[in-house]
Unconditional design. Structure first.
Length: 402
């Protein structure tokens, strides 16, 4: 058994020697291929030296392509990948280099040289990501920027002063964004967490994390967690419009009008000048046919923004519906008609609705925001305003068919 073990170790060490020979002869790809099995073998005698050899091989490949880069003949992917692999090999070397030898002593051999080497080259992990991105190699860009970010905490640099890192925030956010676009949400969240630690990227990164959380919602519990996180952020930073906007979007698509009303009402109590909250409250009340409440909410909104066409139009629609509901309530069930007094009550509400819809018409004459023509025409019809009806028919002949 001892003979077999010795033979195996001898074989692994021979691979290291052969790789060294190939490296010295300049056959870098073959050297890396020959060396690879020895790196993860427990039989390799000197793991630190083996990993450092791989570091040298990959660094040399990087240098070759960097020279070509200056001549504009480079293989960008090989250059960047070689630098990443060289750096990672140096980190693996570090793990073994600091271990005690058979006599229990630590004799660090490679740390200083590798530390100095990659201190100077680390910038090119970032630059390499830019080159990969320009070459439309998104996976390569993610890999390079990811290596740049992770290298900021490398043990290779523990005992030296590194230059100020002004690119880390951009690298983290760009990596997260590319991963998000590829729907690699685990990677996107990982680097969005890094980006969120920088004040100038915090808002963008937090938004991305929320989008990731929303996109990965599967269960009702997931949705509840997403909503809770949105509310937490909104409460913590009420001055940030994006959290309110995301909450508004959430409630707008869930079609739970009671929940929307509860949330919007809470928002109006927190900030009575939040016109969007009043608008959301009004829409939820409108969708549940609470005409009086909706009218009051929309009126609050236009007190803040007097030219908010949607709310002005909605008041007109709600008043029209209120008039129709009153008409049904007051109608004599036998004659199916109204007394003069009751008819006047209905018409008074219709005239009020007409005022709001006509204002919507003035503010939005081409009906790009609100479809006021249909509702206004029906009111003119109910009030027997034939001249006004003809005026609208000239604008939209299809109204004659109503």
């Amino acid at each position: 058994m001892m003979a077999v073990a010795a033979t195996t170790a001898f074989a692994q060490d021979n691979l290291v020697k052969e790789a060294k020979r190939l490296f010295n002869s300049g056959d870098l790809d073959k050297a890396a291929s020959v060396l690879a099995p020895a790196l993860n073998s427990s039989e390799t005698t000197d793991k630190a030296a083996a990993w450092n050899l791989m570091n040298d091989i990959k660094y040399k490949a990087y240098q070759e392509e960097f020279t070509n880069f200056a001549l504009k003949k480079q293989n960008t992917n090989r250059m960047v990948t070689s630098l990443i692999e060289g750096f990672k090999a140096a980190e693996e070397c570090e793990k073994y280099d600091i271990l005690p030898n058979e006599k229990g002593k630590v004799k660090v051999r490679f740390h200083k040289a590798n530390s100095e080497r990659y201190k100077n080259e680390r910038q090119w992990l970032y630059n390499g990501g830019v080159l990969q991105y320009q070459d439309k190699n998104m996976d390569g860009a993610i890999k390079a920027w990811g290596a740049y970010i992770e290298s900021s905490k490398s043990p290779l640099f523990n005992d030296i002063t590194m230059p100020a890192d002004t690119l880390l925030a951009d690298a983290a956010y760009n990596t997260a964004l590319l991963a998000y676009q590829k729907q690699d949400f685990d990677t996107a969240k990982k680097f969005a967490d890094v980006a969120a630690s920088f004040p100038d990227k915090e808002d963008e990164a937090m938004n991305m994390k929320l989008f990731i959380q929303k996109e990965t919602c599967v269960t009702a519990a997931d949705s509840a967690a997403y909503l809770a996180e949105l509310k937490r952020l909104h409460k913590a930073k009420p001055e940030k419009d994006q959290y309110f906007n995301l909450l508004q979007g959430y409630y707008s698509t869930m079609h739970n009008y009671e929940a929307t009303m509860a949330w919007a009402k809470e928002e109006t109590e927190i900030n009575p000048q939040n016109k969007m909250a009043w608008g959301m409250l009004g829409e939820a009340q409108m969708n549940t046919e609470k005409w009086e409440d909706a009218i009051e909410s929309f009126k609050k909104a236009i007190e803040i923004d007097p030219e908010w066409v949607n709310c002005i139009f909605n008041i007109g629609v709600c008043l029209n519906n209120k008039a129709n509901a009153l008409k049904d309530q007051l109608m004599d069930k036998k004659t199916m008609g109204l007394t003069n007094a009751n008819a006047e009550k209905v018409k008074a509400i219709l005239r009020e609705a007409m005022g709001y819809l006509e204002k919507a018409r003035v503010l939005d004459p081409e009906r790009k925001i609100a479809p006021w023509a249909y509702h206004l025409y029906r009111i003119y019809y109910s009030l027997e305003m034939k001249d006004k009806m003809a005026e609208l028919e000239a604008i939209d002949p299809s109204l004659k068919d109503l």
